[in-house]
Design a protein around this ligand. Structure first.
Ligand SMILES: Nc1ncnc2c1ncn2[C@@H]1O[C@H](COP(=O)(O)OP(=O)(O)O)[C@@H](O)[C@H]1O
Ligand SMILES: [Mg+2]
Length: 420
């Protein structure tokens, strides 16, 4: 029997993870039989190489190998694609057509995303699996075929069965042997290995020196969640290979390429943050937004009254509670910002039309505060920008603020916030 190592080499499969090796070994073991195999695993884990291994190591290797993406064929034509149709079976069926199950007789059919098959097609497929029989669309003649079926899915089939989207009997027929490919995050040892392989491939492809990661970047790479698995890793290796001038990649640079790093990478964000902390943070964020909205409504009301009556004193009297609150909030803000001397009556000055528009810097605040919750890389980039600008202007805030395109006051707040 062909060895696992030799098979991996032949099919370009990188990695030494025991779970990966076990999957390849299982494929080798079942190949010579006609047993149906279901390959499971998240998107991008490399499911497509398993049916190829099985076909190539089987007695069917000189027969046809057809891969069908069940999720990509419209429901209306899938039966005809798989099983063929008779002339005149439907409008546009001007000729008899042979389906994949007829064409691939003696070979192997790979049904990718099998969970997407419509229920009616599932009935036809079950019949093929049970006795090798099928009927063309629009025909009444039963035909025979001899195909080996390997299917793959990245959806939880038990869920699909529970929801009535997938037939339980078909599931058991398809999954006589199940081969599970582990997600990349569970193959920590293989991550850097794969990255180096891709980096070297892309260096050749784009005729550039190979990128390499420094030690912190390697740690980050191995801690990342990789929800798109190997496909995502390959994609990021390609982007960095093309876009980065400096061929030694730091963790900060790498971070810029990893989406959702905040929620995907608890370990790097903070030593002991877990899922629930993040949902708490989200709740807090919602609450802040909610409070802001209600403050805004209060202010709108106040502004309207002021504009309508023009009698500052009366409005002030009618809205004592609210004004008190504004003043309090202002006091609290002052602790974080440069003191601004303002009395309650100054606060109540009717704003002119132009100041009613949100100021550029305020818009900037708002956007930035939401973004910060989402991507820490932005936060880091901002910190870096501010630091560099301050260095360039030898600590002169006014010049730095001008260069950064923010107000001096915002810069002052940032300096405090980041403890610069
Ligand atoms: N072990 C591996 N070594 C090298 N490349 C891999 C490996 N596993 C997957 N790939 C590559 O990752 C990409 C996604 O694999 P694919 O089989 O299409 O994933 P799936 O079908 O599970 O979504 C492909 O480009 C494939 O060549
Ligand atoms: Mg696939």
């Amino acid at each position: 029997m062909e060895s696992v190592q030799a098979t991996k080499q032949r099919f370009g499969i990188i990695g030494n993870d025991p779970k990966l090796n076990r999957a390849v070994e299982k494929a080798i073991q079942v190949a010579p039989t006609d047993i149906s195999v279901l390959v499971t695993g998240e998107s991008g884990v490399g499911k497509e190489s398993i049916p190829k291994i099985i076909h190539s190591l089987s007695h069917r290797k000189h027969g046809k190998y057809i891969a069908v993406n069940c999720g990509a064929i419209p429901e209306g034509t899938i039966d005809s694609e798989l099983f063929g149709h008779e002339k005149g079976a439907f409008t546009g069926a001007t000729q008899t057509r042979n389906g994949y199950f007829e064409v691939a007789s003696g070979g192997t059919i790979f049904l990718d995303e099998v969970g997407e098959l419509p229920l009616t097609t599932q009935v036809r497929l079950l019949r093929v699996l049970e006795n090798g029989e099928f009927i063309k669309v629009g025909s009444s003649k039963v035909q025979k075929t001899d195909v080996r079926i390997v299917a793959a899915t990245n959806v939880n089939m038990f869920e699909a069965i529970k929801k009535g989207k997938f037939r339980e009997d078909l599931y058991y027929r398809l999954s006589t042997v199940e081969i599970l490919l582990p997600p990349l995050r569970d193959r920590k040892e293989d991550i850097h290995l794969l990255f180096r392989k891709f980096a070297s491939d892309f260096a050749t492809k784009y005729k550039m020196p190979t990128i390499r990661l420094d030690s912190d970047a390697i740690i980050l790479l191995e801690k990342y969640h990789w929800s798109g698995n190997i496909r995502q890793l390959r994609n990021i290796a390609e982007q960095i290979s093309v876009l980065e001038q400096n061929r030694t990649i730091s963790a900060i640079t790498l971070r810029g390429y990893l989406p959702n790093i905040g929620s995907n990478l608890p370990a790097v964000v903070s030593a002991d943050k877990n899922e629930s902390d993040f949902s708490n943070e989200r709740e807090i964020l919602y609450k802040v937004l909610f409070d802001m909205k209600s403050d805004l409504n209060d202010l709108k009301k106040l502004t309207m009254e002021l504009m309508q009556s023009g009698n500052t004193q009366q409005v002030q009297k009618d809205n004592e509670g609210l004004i008190q609150k504004i003043y309090q909030d202002k006091e609290e803000d002052i602790r974080f910002e440069e003191p601004i001397r303002q009395t309650p009556s100054e606060l109540l000055e009717i704003p002119s039309q132009s100041t009613l528009q949100p100021k550029e810097e305020d818009k900037y605040h708002f956007a930035e505060e939401i973004e910060e919750e989402e991507t820490l890389s932005l936060h880091d980039k901002e910190l870096e920008l501010i630091k560099k600008s301050l260095e360039r202007h030898r600590g002169k805030r006014k010049a730095a603020a001008e260069e950064l395109g923010i107000s001096e006051r915002t810069l002052y707040r940032k300096i405090k916030q980041y403890d610069l």
